[in-house]
Design a protein around this ligand. Structure first.
Ligand code: ATP
Ligand code: MG
Length: 328
């Protein structure tokens, strides 16, 4: 892929805040059209990178391009190609839904007729037509997010940057938001760069870049990542404490996690057979978990990627070192 084909090009971008190296020589290229996810825990550097791409922060070193425009030297041209949904809410709460959209179209110089047509289309897509005259303040948080997505596409944006578009929303709203994003992507051949720390959301993305402590750890399709770094897991429940002790003793190098009643072992097809031959009568339950992006993250970082506050199932697996959690 040549630079001209790329929607987004990031080349050795570094950014420091005081003693924190938020981005450490990050490089990647996003081809045109498709959904590209940046996956990483709190503090990984995702928002910093988004801010550099949307020209509100300058990198200390390295360079980045949006649709071939350098974000430092040609910020206006780069901005004009972008639709952005910031991590922090950025609607004008005092304006109505329609006024928020209109104002955005005006700022980006979208001619009146086209503006009206786009706004109508976008309101329909995110199912907010009936709310057009309501003040933004009165919308639920999921509706506000939908309005921000609509707003990002009122001007001629071909590249969408979505920073945690679903953070803190309930599971149903998260699914709806993803449905809009996928539909928009397909209909308009958009390039979508989306950050998230909900691992299950990136399963269906075209490419995933895993970022941690400002560094890119891996980047590929979800399937290729799983093939390269994924780990099959075997969950077993020993019948008695003696069975448990024996299983643990014979599997120390395979132990992924000891949850008391349940033991989770790093596995593969031949191991399952061996294990069953040896301990088949000494366990009361067994399940095999296929390699997931969760285990990809675990094996790359030694830590679990925690989901926060989204009501998704508790994630308790951990390999090896259980390092400090990233919190701010
Ligand atoms: N303006 C700032 N001043 C000082 N430190 C900052 C600033 N912005 C970010 N940082 C630090 O840079 C690092 C990366 O932060 P960033 O917001 O990019 O992470 P993130 O991946 O978006 O995290 P989250 O998932 O919590 O949104 C963190 O250690 C953060 O504390
Ligand atoms: Mg962030």
């Amino acid at each position: 892929m040549t630079a001209a084909d790329a929607a987004i090009r990031v080349d050795a971008v570094s950014k420091r805040f005081g003693r924190t190296l938020a981005l450490d020589a990050v490089s990647f290229t996003v081809p045109r059209s498709g959904i590209f996810a940046l996956l990483g825990p709190n503090g990984a550097g995702k928002t910093t990178l988004m801010h550099i791409l949307c020209t509100i922060l300058r990198p200390d070193s390295g360079s980045a391009e949006i649709a071939g425009f350098d974000v430092v030297r040609q910020p206006l041209a780069a901005r004009s190609r972008l639709g952005i949904v910031f991590q922090e809410p950025s609607l004008d709460d005092r304006l109505t839904v329609l006024e928020n959209l209109n104002l955005h179209g005006l700022v980006f110089g979208v001619p009146r007729r086209l503006r009206r047509q786009r706004i109508e289309e976008m309101l329909d897509l995110v199912e907010l037509t009936d709310w057009a005259d309501k003040t933004a303040r009165t919308l639920s948080s999921g509706m506000k997010r939908r309005l921000e997505i609509a707003r990002a596409l009122v001007h001629d944006s071909e590249i969408m940057l979505l920073d945690e578009p679903t953070a803190g929303l309930d599971a149903q709203t998260r699914q709806r938001i993803w449905a809009y994003v996928r539909r928009l992507q397909g209909e308009r051949q958009l390039t979508v760069l989306v950050t998230t720390h909900y691992i299950e959301e990136v399963e269906t993305c075209d490419r995933v870049c895993i970022i941690d402590s400002g560094k890119v750890l891996a980047m590929d399709t979800p399937d290729a990542l799983k093939r390269a770094h994924g780990q099959q897991l075997l969950r077993v429940t020993p019948r008695t404490p003696a069975d448990r002790a024996e299983i643990l003793e014979s599997s120390t190098d395979r132990l992924a996690y000891d949850r008391g009643a349940e033991i989770v072992l790093k596995s593969d097809d031949s191991f399952v057979e061996t294990f069953l031959g040896q301990f088949g009568t000494r366990i009361s339950s067994l399940s095999i978990e296929v390699p997931s992006l969760e285990t990809v993250f675990l094996s790359l970082t030694g830590r679990e990627l925690r989901d926060r506050g989204a009501g998704v199932r508790e994630r308790t697996l951990a390999f090896g070192r259980r390092g400090g959690e990233h919190t701010r």
